[in-house]
Write a protein that binds this ligand. Structure first.
Ligand SMILES: [Mn+2]
Length: 343
């Protein structure tokens, strides 16, 4: 489909997203044409990317967002040197599940795609299981579009978004050592070339067993033997995936060879879970930043300073062998993967 109204103003769209206060009930005002233009440009960009992205370190890895625009803004602010949302001062890798569940799926996916267009080499998006038609027609995205546009327009936009999702890469490899995907791996993964060879667009990943695992698989807690073989076979140190809600935002499995990160705190307003994002530094050391749930009476600079000094004094170190302390969800955790310097 050709561009419909010419080139969208990416700088203005970035500003509109960073200025937006997510408490405004009406959401960001988009014209149908600018959405279609952004999607058209995004498809052009994504279709040139490989199915297995090669990503350099340092990088910030983000798990499920699920339409929680305010939390996406918090993540940008946390990692922005200017303390401003929308400023891409870091390399980012998002692990999918941008839409559904939360109330601002449209803002989240538009914000991410606009960033992708503005910073194509620093901003990486892979596909989650909610970036598929038969899931996002049921779990909120289509309903949200129908509440903001007339029904035929909403349906056309939903189709255009899903055409774009069909082109998203399915996995990423950070510095050749950390394999990242939304779901997980399964017996169909024999080598990294198997991922590279999956052809896109892939309208229904369910028809490809390996793609299904990458989008849907969950770790089996007793699978350390399988994990060891997989890591040897693929010559990797760690798997980073998302897809499952973690009470503290992240969790290690399979003898600490696999980590789940989930970046939507207070998920669907029922869970009091924290969110987490993972930062991999130049030396391939991994650390986590936790997004705590924030109550109305906890907002403000005074409360932030109190909380900050409280958390800063917490030097506890969480290990898999120690029973997690429910009060210590702010514990920092660091993991050295390799001493090799990242290029
Ligand atoms: Mn998922």
């Amino acid at each position: 489909m050709p561009s419909l109204s010419g080139k969208p103003d990416i700088a203005e769209l970035l500003k509109r997203h960073s200025d937006f206060n997510c408490k405004t009930p009406s959401g960001i005002k988009y014209s149908v044409w600018e959405i279609l233009d952004v999607l058209w440009l995004a498809r052009r960009k994504l279709s040139k990317e490989p199915t297995l992205l090669e990503v350099k370190a340092p990088v910030v890895i983000v798990g499920d967002i699920h339409g929680q625009y305010g939390d996406l803004q918090r993540i940008f602010r946390m990692f922005s040197s200017k303390n401003k949302s929308g400023q891409c001062t870091q390399r980012y890798l998002f692990l999918g599940d941008y839409v559904d569940r939360g109330r601002s799926s449209l803002e989240v996916i538009m914000c991410l795609l606009v960033h992708k267009l503005a910073y194509p080499d620093k901003f990486h998006l892979i596909r989650g299981n909610h970036e598929t038609k038969h899931i996002n027609c049921t779990f909120g995205f289509l309903d949200e579009l129908e509440s903001r546009f007339d029904k035929p327009t909403a349906f056309d936009l939903w189709e255009a978004f899903n055409d774009t999702f069909a082109l998203l890469p399915l996995a990423a490899l950070v510095h050749k050592k950390i394999l990242c995907m939304h779901g997980g791996v399964g017996p169909d993964l024999k080598s990294l070339d198997d991922i590279k060879n999956i052809k896109r667009p892939l309208d229904d990943p369910g028809i490809n067993a390996l793609a299904s695992d990458l989008l849907w698989a969950d770790p089996m807690l007793n699978s350390s033997g399988y994990a060891v073989n997989t890591f040897r076979k693929l010559n990797i140190d760690l798997i980073v995936r998302a897809h499952q809600m973690m009470r503290n935002g992240y969790g290690f499995f399979c003898n600490r060879k696999l980590v789940t990160i989930f970046s939507a705190p207070n998920y669907i307003c029922q869970s009091s879970n924290s969110g987490a994002v993972m930062k991999i530094d130049r030396q391939l050391r991994a650390g986590f930043v936790i997004l705590h749930t924030v109550k109305r009476d906890q907002i403000g600079l005074k409360h932030f300073k109190e909380e900050f000094s409280k958390r800063n004094n917490d030097r506890s170190y969480t290990s898999r062998d120690r029973k997690p302390d429910p009060g210590a969800s702010n514990s920092a955790e660091a993991l050295t993967l390799s001493t090799k310097k990242a290029v």
